[in-house]
Write a protein of this length. Structure first.
Ligand code: NAD
Length: 442
């Protein structure tokens, strides 16, 4: 399997694809390791995990650069992702340990959180370190062994980042296998005990179908098509800054990117002017070019999808206020589109590119209805003053931001509603998804 730099197509490296025999061997290895790993005291497991992450500290810069090269995000964002994963893991492990303590309910009843066995973590390319890491740490703390199948778009960074876990934990506790969707499918069909998946809705549905025959445990963190409502009493500058920042973050390749904006028509002209002015300051380019904040699109398929969404909107009457075209078949110019309507693809499907998409509304109930008219329900945001909480309370999403982005801080769970998934990570409840709850009555 070959991996390329998305900014110039340069070959970065190759890794062997795993076949069925290797998957079976890895699984046997992981099952055996899980037996002794779960017997360890949870404090000892957490200590071992912390030691493994300590080893990564020396490699932080090297890993950040590899993430930039392979995924395309600029070095500041890559360093944030790599550093965030390394430095938060000790805290995450402690938090999971606390969440997994036995609870005494009274009348001699206890709740125990037991290891499930082998957890398959299947991860995407857009945050190849962070999304996998958030699932791996609690899975290991709970006493499971883990098999990671990272995205075929970003195998090198996954391999380099997580190799410390395979090296520094007991053999077989952490394993990594490489390949595309076919390898993922084989892993899903194998005798793993939980599939912790982060990725698209389409693949999530396939995994659910494949897991059904054995009633396999699932944790599904799927895509989004996040709406943002800008009320007539919103701070226009604040809303415009958020709209651009969130739509362009990670070149728009973020599950909680703002994908649909509904702005009150009385302030729409002003809002659009500010959005265009702010968006014009963004610059596309490779990870190591100074001042760049929109990197390349990960591959030709995603690039074609973004261009198709923009063309579809144009054909159906939308007005392109900025950008609206690609560059070198690798970048999408910062794009602002106005007069978007409900017949356009970008209103219903993830565009996953640096596109601000604006629709005007005259009545707040209409805006709420449009925001909720989606089978996705990951994040949502509403900007306004009086009445803003009432609007937020009617939005159908797992994470809702008022005058800020969705996602919460500290120990909040990362959670989707509707077809953006079920099961989640983060928070005490999230950590417990990696364990079997067992009720003991004495
Ligand atoms: P994807 O669904 O195409 O692939 C994700 C992973 O699934 C990859 O490792 C892939 O090889 C594997 N896979 C593909 N087919 C499979 C199959 N049949 N069985 C098992 N595994 C299979 O997603 P992607 O393009 O890598 O990532 C982008 C998507 O992920 C977007 O939809 C984005 O919104 C979503 N995402 C969600 C979150 C979240 O927290 N909710 C976070 C990041 C990304």
């Amino acid at each position: 399997m070959k991996s390329y730099d998305p900014s110039n197509g340069e070959l970065l490296g190759e890794l062997p694809v795993c076949d069925q025999t290797q998957i079976t061997e890895t699984l046997q290895h992981a099952k055996l390791a899980a037996k002794s790993w779960r017997q360890l005291n949870i404090v000892d497991r957490v200590d071992a995990i912390k030691v493994a992450y300590q080893q990564m500290l020396d490699d932080e810069d090297k890993l950040s650069e590899l993430l930039s090269r392979e995924m395309g995000k600029d070095i500041r964002r890559a360093a944030g992702e790599v550093g965030g994963a390394i430095h938060s893991s000790a805290y995450l492990a402690d938090e999971a340990m606390t969440a997994l303590q036995t609870q005494r309910l009274g009348y001699g009843t206890e709740l125990h959180y037991k290891a499930l066995g082998v957890v398959a973590v299947i991860s995407p390319w857009n945050y190849p370190v962070m999304m996998a890491n958030n699932l791996i740490v609690p899975a290991l703390v709970a006493g499971n062994s883990v098999i990671l199948k990272p995205s075929e778009q970003t195998p090198l960074i996954a391999d380099a980042f997580f190799e410390h876990l395979s090296k520094h934990l007991p053999a077989g506790v952490f394993n990594i296998i490489h390949g595309d969707g076919e390898v993922g499918e084989l892993l899903v069909k194998s005798d793993v005990n939980l599939i912790a998946f982060t990725g698209s809705q389409a693949v999530g549905k396939k995994i659910m179908a494949a897991a059904a025959s054995q009633v396999k445990r699932l944790l599904m963190e799927l895509g989004g098509n996040d709406p943002m409502i800008v009320m007539s009493n919103a701070n226009i500058e604040q809303a415009a800054r958020f709209a651009v920042g969130s739509s362009f973050e990670n070149a728009g390749q973020m599950c909680t990117s703002t994908e649909r904006i509904y702005v009150n028509q009385t302030i729409a002209d002003q809002f659009e002017q500010r959005v265009v002015a702010i968006a014009s300051q963004y610059k596309t380019g490779a990870w190591n070019q100074p001042g760049v904040n929109i990197g390349p699109i990960i591959n030709a398929h995603q690039y074609a999808k973004i261009i198709a969404h923009i063309s579809d909107a144009k054909e159906k009457g939308a007005q392109v206020l900025l950008g609206g075209h690609g560059q070198d078949q690798r970048y999408i110019q910062p794009t602002v589109i106005s007069q978007v309507n409900r017949n356009m693809k970008m209103e219903h499907e993830e565009t996953f590119g640096p596109v601000v998409s604006i629709t005007r509304y005259s009545n707040i109930d209409q805006a709420i209805e449009w925001a909720n008219d989606s089978n996705y329900g990951l994040g949502a945001a509403v900007f306004g003053t009086e009445g803003v909480e009432a609007v937020a309370s009617q939005l159908e999403a797992g994470m809702i931001g008022i005058n800020q982005g969705p996602g919460g801080g500290g120990d909040a769970p990362w959670v989707g509603a509707k077809q953006s998934g079920f099961g989640f990570h983060g928070s005490a409840e999230g950590h417990r998804q990696f364990a079997q709850v067992s009720v003991l009555s004495k």
